[in-house]
Design a protein around this ligand. Structure first.
Ligand SMILES: Cc1ncc(COP(=O)(O)O)c(C=O)c1O
Length: 394
C-alpha cells in the first residue's frame, strides 16, 4: 500500500511562481522587480518602537488573542482619521498575522462549504486556494485590459442565491487598479440585493498616484454591517517581514473570524504589534511623503517600460506599486518563458501573469507580466540600464 502524502485540499496547489522566479533571480544575481517587498529599511521610529517593546519585559507572555490594546486603538483611530469610519477597538478589530491570513480567516470563519465566493481575476495568488481549501466555490469576474474595467452585467450575473461573499482587492494586485466610487457602489448594491458579505483586501490603501482616491467599501451606505476590511502594515510602512495585519468588521461578523484565530494561531508577535501601533499614529505628512516617494519610482519604472518597448496597461486610477505590461512587441513566447528569459538574458526579474488567472482563463495572461517599483532608486536604475538593451535585441 502506498502511504498518502497530501490531503486532497492541497493536492492541486501548484508550486508558487514567486518561489521559482525568486530562486532564478538569486541564481542570476538579477535585479528583482518580481515580488512586492521593498529593498529599503522601515522608518527608524518603527524599528525603535519594536526594539523598545522587545526590551519592555513583556515578551514572555502571549499578546491578547485579539491584539494589543495599543494596536487595536491605533487601527480604530486610523479608520476614523482617514475614512471617517467609526470602529470600536474593543469589539470590531482583530489583529492577525498579515492581511492574507486575515482573508483566509474571514473565508474560514464566514463561508460554508459549497457557498460561492465572487473573485475578480486576475487575482492575488492566495485567494482561490483559500476559497477552495474552505470547500467553497470561486466565481470569476474578469477585469479587462487595457484599463482593467469589469462589465457590470457580468458582475451582476455572477451573484445568485448561493453567493455568500465577494472578495475585492483595492488598490488591486497585480493591475494597480483602484476601484472607483461607482464600481464600489454597484458592488454594494449587489451585496445587499443578494444578502452577501464583502471581504475587502486594502493592503495598498495608501499607495495612490495622480490624485487617485481610495474608497473604503465598508463606508458606503448599508455596507458597514456586511463588510470585512483587511489591511496590514507590510506595504504602507515597508515592513512586509513583520506580518502584522488587522481585520475590521462589525462584532457580529468578527466573531466567526475571531474563533478561527483563537483556535489556530491564537496571537501575533507582541513587539511588532507595538511597533505598528507607533507607525499607524504617523501624521498625514508621512502619507504625503509616501505618495511622493512611490510616485517618483512609478515614473522611473514607466520610463523604463516605454524605453524597453513594453506596453504598460494602466487602469483609470493607479494605486499599489505594480505595472502590468504586454511584452508581445519584444518577445514571441508566453509569460513564463518571457520572465525566465528576462532573468537569464538581462538579469531582471518580473512575475508572469497566468498564475493570477483561473485555469480556464489562463490565456488572458499569456502575454503579460508584472513589475514592481517598490525598490530603491539605484535598484531601478540598474534595471533601466539592463533593460535598455531589450528593444534593440527584439
Ligand atoms: C493583495 C495582497 N494582499 C495581501 C498581501 C500580503 O499582505 P500581508 O503580508 O499583510 O499578509 C499582498 C502581498 O503581496 C497582496 O498583494
Amino acid at each position: 500500500m502506498i502511504m498518502r502524502l497530501m490531503a486532497d485540499r492541497v493536492n492541486n496547489l501548484g508550486p508558487s511562481v514567486f518561489a521559482e522566479i525568486n530562486a532564478l533571480a538569486r541564481q542570476h544575481q538579477a535585479v528583482n522587480l518580481g515580488q512586492g517587498a521593498p529593498d529599503f529599511d522601515a522608518p527608524p521610529e518603527v524599528i525603535q518602537s519594536a526594539v523598545e517593546a522587545l526590551r519592555s519585559g513583556q515578551t514572555a507572555w502571549y499578546a491578547p488573542s485579539i491584539g494589543t490594546p495599543a494596536l487595536r486603538l491605533a487601527v480604530a483611530e486610523h479608520a476614523r482619521g482617514h475614512y471617517s469610519q467609526l470602529v470600536d477597538p474593543e469589539t470590531d478589530v482583530l489583529v492577525v498575522a498579515g492581511a492574507s491570513l486575515g482573508v483566509f480567516y474571514a473565508i474560514l470563519g464566514l463561508v460554508n462549504p459549497g457557498d460561492e465566493v465572487i473573485v475578480f481575476e486576475p487575482f492575488f495568488d492566495t485567494y482561490v486556494p483559500n476559497i477552495e481549501m474552505a470547500g467553497a466555490v470561486p466565481r470569476y469576474v474578469t477585469l479587462h485590459p487595457p484599463r482593467w474595467a469589469f462589465d457590470p452585467d457580468e458582475l451582476a450575473g455572477a451573484f445568485n442565491s448561493r453567493t455568500r461573499a465577494i472578495l475585492v482587492n483595492t488598490p488591486h494586485n497585480p493591475t494597480g487598479k483602484v476601484f472607483s466610487q461607482e464600481e464600489l457602489a454597484l458592488i454594494a448594491e449587489l451585496c445587499q440585493r443578494w444578502d452577501a458579505i464583502a471581504i475587502v483586501d486594502e493592503v495598498y490603501e495608501h499607495l495612490l498616484y495622480d490624485g487617485a482616491t481610495h474608497v473604503r467599501l465598508a463606508t458606503l451606505p448599508g455596507m458597514a454591517e456586511r463588510t470585512v476590511t483587511l489591511s496590514s502594515a507590510g506595504k504602507t510602512f515597508g515592513v512586509t517581514g513583520f506580518k502584522i495585519g488587522w481585520c475590521i468588521a462589525p462584532s457580529t461578523l468578527l466573531e466567526g473570524i475571531r474563533r478561527v484565530h483563537e483556535f489556530s494561531m491564537f496571537a501575533t508577535a507582541h513587539p511588532l504589534q507595538e511597533a505598528v501601533a507607533t507607525a499607524l499614529a504617523f501624521p498625514q505628512s508621512f502619507y504625503d511623503d509616501l505618495r511622493a516617494f512611490y510616485g517618483l519610482r512609478r515614473d522611473i519604472l514607466l520610463r523604463i517600460m516605454h524605453q524597453a518597448g513594453l506596453e504598460v496597461l494602466l487602469p483609470d486610477q493607479l494605486g499599489a506599486f505594480y505595472l502590468v505590461v504586454d511584452f508581445s512587441r519584444v518577445f514571441s513566447g508566453d509569460d513564463l518563458a518571457f520572465a525566465r528569459h528576462l532573468v537569464t538574458a538581462y538579469g531582471v526579474a518580473c512575475i508572469p501573469l497566468t498564475p493570477f488567472y483561473s485555469p480556464d482563463h489562463r490565456t488572458e495572461g499569456q502575454k503579460l507580466v508584472r513589475f514592481t517599483f517598490c525598490k530603491r532608486e539605484d535598484t531601478l536604475r540598474v534595471a533601466e540600464e539592463r533593460l535598455s538593451r531589450l528593444q534593440a535585441r527584439g
